[in-house]
Design a protein around this ligand. Structure first.
Ligand code: ZN
Ligand code: ZN
Length: 358
């Protein structure tokens, strides 16, 4: 926690700020250890304040021993303003992509002489430390084990939501706090929507079933997609599957220290282009994973990441989506290391053909 705070203080130096307000719950957690919500941290070179309400008073003392805990009774923003005035900060960073317009307006009204500067704290969480990587590995292992279990439940005549329920049940049983996001199960034509919801549609013999899901362990997420076949794949289905797998494996080879977010995405797009499928790959290649399911860095055409660094955790998830035909995706959560990329999800990736009946 101290090295995280040291990086926050360094940001104050770089941006010439007297102090900073942290209000996004995952950032509050990252810098203080506090896991509740509706809380603001005030950090400057001398002070570390955690402002919360009566529900969280005791919890904050236990989780954030290095912070002075301040309980507000007349409103969070009012107390933030009182404390900023008391410690006499004049130029203060705040999370402009998190604080509401009304909260910001109120702060300015209460502190007309204070200058507020919008800053983005999310990039400070991009490089994971050893402890964080262990938690992500645990979340990945839960998802892998749930996938192994769910294979026993997929057959013709089962609904997509039954598969989603089974995945979520297994992950919960294995220690997941909650699903990392709304579990996607898309079969047949539904596979042509990258973010299809699990529906009441029955799975039919001869269809792909794409499952995109993840677990959360101590706040840290995992993200995996696997596509399986119910029954025998025909030649065209096998060709499509092998092309996406080829692209996904090339992605793993490109994810390394120094590669840019754009270049990794481009390489995978080029591989799909060789297979004549590039136009069906309609989203970015991947995203960072940590306290949030989607965070920095992005691997896409629009990525701002100039160079991947050791300790970043990203996804590699090419997919193709063909209207009136269907689609498929294969995704791993991957650790960037000095050597080659290290997948943290390990479920089988060759085309699994499940018996349509039991
Ligand atoms: Zn996913
Ligand atoms: Zn993803």
């Amino acid at each position: 926690m101290m090295s995280r705070l040291a990086r926050l203080i360094k940001l104050l130096d770089d941006k010439e700020l007297d102090g900073v307000l942290v209000s996004k719950p995952v950032n509050v957690r990252y810098f203080s250890g506090f896991t509740g919500d509706s809380t603001v941290l005030i950090v400057d070179r001398q002070h570390k304040l955690l402002i919360t309400d009566g529900r969280y008073d005791d919890q904050a003392r236990v989780e954030s021993p290095q912070f002075e805990i301040v309980k507000h009774e007349d409103g969070l923003i009012k107390m933030v303003a009182d404390r900023l005035k008391a410690i006499n900060l004049s130029t203060v960073g705040f999370e402009g992509n998190v604080m509401t317009f009304d909260q910001h307006a109120k702060l300015r009204e209460l502190l007309p002489d204070c200058k507020f500067v919008s800053i983005d704290l999310n990039p400070l969480r991009q490089i994971k430390d050893g402890g964080e990587i262990e938690l992500i590995k645990r979340a990945c292992s839960i998802a892998d084990r749930a996938f192994g279990e769910v294979l026993n439940h997929i057959r013709a005549g089962v609904r997509e939501i039954d598969i989603a329920a089974e995945l979520e049940h297994q992950m919960r049983r294995l220690g997941s706090e909650r699903p990392a996001f709304e579990t996607i199960v898309a079969s047949g034509l539904n596979g042509s929507y990258p973010h299809a919801r699990a529906s009441e549609k029955l799975i039919v013999d001869g269809e792909f079933v794409t499952m995109d899901f993840g677990a959360v362990f101590k706040g840290y997420h995992s993200d995996i997609t696997r596509t399986v076949m119910v029954g025998r794949a025909n030649d065209e289905q096998r060709r499509l599957y092998d092309a996406v797998l080829d692209a996904q494996l090339h992605g793993l080879r490109e994810i390394r220290v120094g590669a840019s977010g754009k270049s990794v995405d481009k390489k995978v797009r080029d591989v799909l282009s060789m297979h004549g499928l590039e136009k069906y790959f309609t989203h970015g290649l991947g995203h960072g994973v940590g306290l949030e399911i989607h965070e920095e860095p992005r691997l896409s055409r629009l990525s701002k990441c100039e160079a991947l660094a050791a300790g970043m955790v990203v996804t590699d998830e090419p997919g193709i989506y063909i209207v009136d035909v269907g689609g498929l995706r294969i995704e791993d959560t991957v650790l960037v290391t000095e050597d080659e990329a290290q997948p943290l999800t390990h479920s089988l990736k060759h085309l699994i053909e499940l018996s349509p009946k039991f």
